[in-house]
Write a protein that binds this ligand. Structure first.
Ligand code: UDP
Ligand code: MG
Length: 201
């Protein structure tokens, strides 16, 4: 089995060393072969230079550069299109997600699921009224409309079997709805709690 970690990247130069360090550690622990697809979404900082530097010495790291900033969904979409793994794992690049969580998510997938979605249960504990409450309402609405019942559609960290999102067409802010799309394709979808840190840089 091969894993494809997909990174949407917009001005994350400061996070890139820690990000690649964390992913590499988690992948080494998991032990499957893997690739990292870094999609530089038209960054204006030094992200491009840093990514090219890493890719130079690591054949498993592939970098895609967008000329202009096209948004997180477009970046994830490009990553999905270029992924060659059996399991696709999009992950935020600002150190909000913890790559170590992938280990537990893959174990959950082994129980017979096609999609394991991350749930940042403790996010916004300090901003209950302005962020937590609107987020709960938004998630309840998506849950009702899509018929796929998750707590946190916005969490980028998810684990997908390739065949349930192969050929998916994404636009706008649609990456949140990939689990709903996958469920329509007959995928078994579940969620587990993942850790969450505030954006570091
Ligand atoms: N991102 C991107 N293009 C954009 C905006 C964001 O690729 O135009 C990336 C960003 O680098 C990060 C992820 O998408 O890895 C989530 O972005 P952000 O942290 O700004 O969103 P939030 O955490 O508030 O949902
Ligand atoms: Mg973020």
């Amino acid at each position: 089995m091969k894993l494809s970690v997909i990174l949407p990247i917009y001005n994350e130069g400061m996070s890139i060393p820690e990000l690649f360090g964390g992913i590499t550690e988690a992948m080494t622990e998991i032990g499957y072969s893997y690739e990292i697809i870094a999609v530089n979404d038209g960054s204006k900082d030094d992200s491009a230079i840093r990514l090219n530097e890493i890719a130079k010495n690591r054949p498993e790291v592939k970098v895609i550069h967008f000329r202009v900033n096209a948004g997180q969904t477009a970046a994830i979409h490009a990553g999905i299109e270029h992924a060659t793994g059996d399991v696709l794992i999009p992950l935020d690049s600002d150190l909000e997600n913890d790559p170590k969580d992938i280990i537990r998510m893959l174990k959950k997938m082994d129980e017979g699921f096609d999609v394991v979605s991350g749930w940042r249960k403790k996010r916004w504990a300090d901003k209950k009224f302005v962020r937590k409450f609107p987020s709960i309402m938004a998630n309840k609405l998506i849950s009702y409309v899509s018929g796929v019942h998750l707590h946190d559609y916005g969490c980028t960290l998810k684990v997908y079997r390739r065949d349930v999102i192969h050929g998916v067409n994404l636009y706008g802010e649609m990456h949140r709805f990939i689990p709903a799309y996958a469920a329509r394709m007959g995928a078994r979808v579940t969620e587990i709690e993942v850790s969450h840190s505030p954006r570091k840089y």
